[in-house]
Design a protein around this ligand. Sequence first.
Ligand code: NAD
Length: 480
Amino acid sequence: MSVLSSVPTQLWLGGKQVPSSSGATFDITNPADGSLLLTIADATPDDGMRALDLAVAAQSDWAATPTRERAEILRTAFDLVKERADDFAELMTLEMGKSLAESKGEVTYGNEFLRWFSEEAVRIGGRFTQAPAGTGRILVTKVPVGPVLAITPWNFPLAMGTRKIGPALAAGNTIIVKPAEDTPLTMLLLGQVFADAGLPEGVMSILPTSDAASVTGPLMQDSRLKKVTFTGSTAVGKTLVRNSADKLLRTSMELGGNAPLIVFDDADIDKAVDGAMLAKMRNGGEACTAANRIHVANAVLDEFTEKLSARIEDLKVGSGLDPDTNIGPLINERQRTVVKTLVDDAVEKGARVRVGGSSIDGPGFFFAPTVLDQVPANARLLKEEIFGPVAAVIGFETEQDGIDAANDTEYGLAAYFFTQDVDRALRVASKLDAGIVGVNRGVVSDAAAPFGGVKESGFGREGGSEGIEEYLETKYVALQ
Ligand code: NAD
């Protein structure tokens, strides 16, 4: 039986499944063939306010709940997601399109945030010192920031939620989750998990909606909301930061990326190709950490490009449910048009198509895995996030040229490079303007590591011991 029969289709409010206050619904479709998956409740601004009322009412009891109890609920949720890992994976493939193997990988990765923050919950500490002038004592404590609004994207339907829910709950916050309109089903299933794990009513609400701004806008103007944590595009992030000014809401912003991957002349080329395949093609290229710009030392440019092209040509495109599929569909037609426009622009300006280069006809939003080389400096895809299975290869001459090209972007989330020289590794890592640097590896995400960007990729960190700080306020108590 398909997982769809067990997915909740109503809003999660007060620990229960509740229809939209207007009775409105919207359809969730499968990007692999356009078919209808489920029709679900469409939250209204009134539903948003009900969620905030519930969050405010539950906040002080949840904050006062012993950290061990909060931790155990998170740990139970982790165990339940693990038990239902196949359901979560199938559901993500159905609504988002990625291959089943990648969905399974995301369940493991995303679920780890629940376990990691169940462990961090009991380590929330503080500090006690003497004032240097002998005038008294300084007690520093950590308290939850208060009700949190979390807004998440469609590309990692589970992990982008658990990266926020885990630390927010561990720190003692109530939370309202607004999942992406293309992929809300995974989050609705997670709501069932938290209800089963015994999360008290009102501590978490989940509000899928077809009109994000109409629900989140009034919440952000309500002074009872204390924080918004957002993962999504830089454009929407900027709007939310502007809107947060009225109430001086605390914000965390995990925004877009346009990661460079540098292959130096001393790199192990086969390892660099393996790394580039992961960094570029993981999640069909629909990742904020995707290596969109592959800068290769001219001395090894031909060898690297040939090997990468051969590997990308071999990728099998199809429905994510087919076990042979490597690359599923893009999320929707709008996204496919963006990818095609950026590829066409590069080709018109002189880039050469080594592999792919076009949409694939038929139902579903498929785009052929693509390698472009000789990409000119004025191609838009070197500046704009492409979010698709398109690798752009560009040559460079000296180490400094490679670094300069890598840093020539308004984004600053991830950067990768390949070298076998330890001195170079340390030197280059320190010069790259990115929040995350991968050295001789193409995957960097880990629940135990602080994930986040600089420049227009945003601010704040998710994961690691840093991740929980985003949900804690520092309170200083002056003592005699
Ligand atoms: P998006 O910005 O269009 O949407 C993200 C979320 O914001 C969705 O839930 C959407 O409904 C909501 N939203 C859109 N407009 C809104 C508004 N005016 N007010 C309130 N909410 C609004 O992004 P997307 O297309 O869903 O996701 C892709 C983007 O996310 C890419 O730019 C990618 O790089 C980024 N991303 C970043 C990270 C990271 O950790 N830095 C991780 C994954 C994805």
